[in-house]
Design a protein around this ligand. Sequence first.
Ligand SMILES: NC(=O)c1ccc[n+]([C@@H]2O[C@H](COP(=O)([O-])OP(=O)(O)OC[C@H]3O[C@@H](n4cnc5c(N)ncnc54)[C@H](O)[C@@H]3O)[C@@H](O)[C@H]2O)c1
Length: 305
Amino acid sequence: MILVTGAAGFIGSKVTKQFIAAGYKTITIDNLSTGLLENIPKDTIFIEGSCGNKSTIEKLNDYPIAGIIHIAGQSSGEVSFEDPQYDLESNTLSTLLLLDFAKKRNIKRFVFASTMSVYGDVSKLPVEESTIPEPKSFYACGKLASESYLRVYAGLGIETYSLRLFNVYGPGQNLENLKQGMLSIYLAQALHNDEIIVKGSGDRFRDFVYIDDVVEAFKIAYFNSYQGFDIFNVCNGYPITVDSMIAKIFKNLNYTKPVTFSNNTLGDQNGIYGSNEKIMTNLGWIPKVNFEDGLQSMIEWGLSK
Ligand SMILES: NC(=O)c1ccc[n+]([C@@H]2O[C@H](COP(=O)([O-])OP(=O)(O)OC[C@H]3O[C@@H](n4cnc5c(N)ncnc54)[C@H](O)[C@@H]3O)[C@@H](O)[C@H]2O)c1
């Protein structure tokens, strides 16, 4: 049985579905803070509660868990400034408690959903895993601290991988939540509002990676025979600016709406894209969906909702 935390969310639900399709039994913990009950695949055992809560983690003792994929977490840089303590519980304490559980239960395999936010603003692009991280938000601090716990627990015998996800997008992303995601925020506004409000400049850029490629990265990382601790960027390897993304959304929808620019959110990064050479060379992962195709699939899904 595999524990995939956060199965009510965008990424966790899709990762869980893939393991179920491959014949595995799955269990999840989710506090339904941003996730939806209906996203949790039917065959998954569901424990409602926070991964940052010891008594919730103790409920896992009843199950024969062989490996852990820790995806649950508060996922917004903006929200991390509103409630840093919740962010710490959700993104760091949760990792520590789950690693401690893994150690006690002799669970050897632990894959973690980290983020490109740990890098902060980088001068040398594309950013490689060896770049010294300079987090700009509490969210990024918490994820980076989690990675340090993974490194320490690897020394205690747990095989730990951290996947630094860049901007994940695709069908199933929450179009109601305007505080996390980037493409999803602009698409939601393009579909449902009179105008698009952009917090920050249009020449900021990001590296977008399609949900199916991300799910594949978790699968490959989980089944790879490795020892110790390692970190991998999960990205497409090229930048897309905010301006061009919005233009592509309009082109796909065949209409435009006014675009208004306001101040950046706290801790926002200016521009980042990653090198995916390490994950391609070491794990054999290859991103299959380019931005144009992925965007079209997401828009078709958004229109059908
Ligand atoms: N979507 C992205 O672009 C992206 C990029 C980098 C990293 N990540 C990371 O990937 C993970 C999943 O992101 P997502 O886009 O699917 O977000 P999401 O909000 O859709 O999913 C997160 C899930 O975790 C649950 N959750 C949050 N805090 C929890 C807690 N303390 N205990 C139990 N459950 C909790 C939520 O209810 C939700 O179901 C997050 O850890 C996020 O930081 C996402």
